[in-house]
Design a protein around this ligand. Structure first.
Ligand code: AMP
Length: 188
């Protein structure tokens, strides 16, 4: 059973690695960013409400995110494991998740922290913005997303370290090297 949380700044490579590993383990890759982007492009109620926050690089309010995660984790394909990418992003979300998992009798094995210096993260995001036409991968929004990460998400490193769930990987290495590293963590 594989249940993992991928933590780290935007542009750290969480999505790339989560998608590869999830395929390998045949479990869903649950990216709240992907779910929100799909909602925006389909112009659903959720998408309309989330769009302006995403464009500014701010976090979408918890009232939109928490129900979404609860529903996603209760779907049948998530009963055999999952990789959460981009959630939780605040201590409040992490506390919510902890309570949710205990209620549905699931345990998250470990939280993988992707350690990557700012310069690398910024250049990766700028490249991705050009490649994928992501409207939030522009210089100004990137700067704001990094601030938001530092203020609201970085405290989760201590949160999970205190719970002895934290494992770090050097996310600045090449994609294949990070993949190898993750495999050693997940299937030692
Ligand atoms: P990501 O693809 O994970 O970088 O997410 C893109 C954007 O979606 C973020 O900048 C936020 O605006 C929003 N978002 C994604 N996940 C969350 C979350 N867990 N809580 C709040 N906002 C989120």
């Amino acid at each position: 059973m594989t249940r993992l949380i991928f933590l780290g700044p935007p542009g750290a490579g969480k999505g790339t690695q989560a998608s590869k590993l999830a395929k390998d383990c045949q479990i869903p890759h649950i990216s709240t960013g992907d779910i929100l982007r799909a909602a925006v492009s389909q112009k659903t109620d959720l998408g309309m409400k989330a769009q302006s926050y995403m464009e500014r690089g701010e976090l979408v309010p918890d009232q939109l995110i928490l129900d979404l995660v609860r529903d996603r984790l209760s779907q049948s394909d998530a009963s055999n494991g999952w990789i959460l990418d981009g959630f939780p992003r605040t201590v409040n979300q992490a506390t919510f998740l902890e309570q949710l998992l205990s209620r549905i009798n699931q345990i998250c094995e470990c939280v993988v922290n992707f350690d990557v210096p700012d310069e690398i993260v910024v250049s990766r995001m700028l490249e991705r913005g050009q490649r994928e036409h992501r409207s939030d991968d522009t210089e100004e929004t990137i700067r704001r997303r990094l601030e938001v990460y530092r203020e609201q998400t970085q405290p989760l490193i201590d949160f999970y370290r205190d719970r002895q769930q934290l494992v770090s990987v050097d996310g600045s290495r090449a994609i294949e090297q990070v993949t190898e590293n993750l495999k050693q963590i997940v299937h030692p």
